[in-house]
Design a protein around this ligand. Structure first.
Ligand SMILES: [Zn+2]
Length: 176
């Protein structure tokens, strides 16, 4: 797996370990690289996965020391209104938030080649829209693709108390 040399040393060990573990668990995923991209002005998104072979992370966050990312995560958590689903689930501790992002993007790399995944995510997303307390995070409600990525990330971090996590574990076990 190619790791962009621009990825800051603060993130490198976690990127190596997490992506190696994900690829070992899901060896059919054709992920080839983690690259950084230079954002357009005002783009503070964390990353994306377009091709299925490359995870792209925003250089704004990831070619600088980790403190900027950690501060933003803490601020984001504190801004979530009481009673609203947390945007990225608050699943896991702050020190696992980068792992959560990698697992999220890994799902996007995996989903295209996974038979039945589109239909599974469409149904899971529809259920979460109908009953938002089922969703692992607020972001999971956005669309079926993000529902899949957020739910998969919740599995990777050890669950989120949502029955949808167990449903995805079952789906993945059946599609091996
Ligand atoms: Zn996503």
């Amino acid at each position: 797996l190619y790791l962009d040399p621009r990825l800051h040393a603060d993130f490198r060990p976690a990127a190596e370990a997490t992506l190696a573990a994900l690829l070992e668990a899901y060896p059919r995923v054709a992920l080839e690289a983690l690259r950084l991209y230079d954002p357009e002005p005002g783009d503070f998104s964390l990353g994306c996965c377009d091709s299925g072979r490359t995870i792209a992370l925003n250089a704004h966050w990831f070619d600088v020391p980790r403190a900027l990312f950690d501060d933003a995560v803490v601020r984001g958590r504190s801004l979530t209104p009481a009673g609203a689903p947390p945007w990225h689930g608050h699943v896991g501790d702050l020190d696992r938030e980068f792992d959560r992002l990698l697992a999220h993007e890994f799902w996007h790399a995996m989903a295209d080649g996974l038979p039945g995944a589109a239909e599974f995510c469409r149904r899971g997303h529809a259920a979460a829209v109908a009953e938002p307390s089922l969703a692992v995070s607020g972001y999971a409600i956005l669309d079926a693709a993000e529902w899949g990525a957020e739910t998969f990330a919740a599995i990777w971090l050890g669950g989120a108390g949502s029955p949808q996590v167990a449903e995805m574990v079952e789906f993945l076990a059946a599609s091996r």
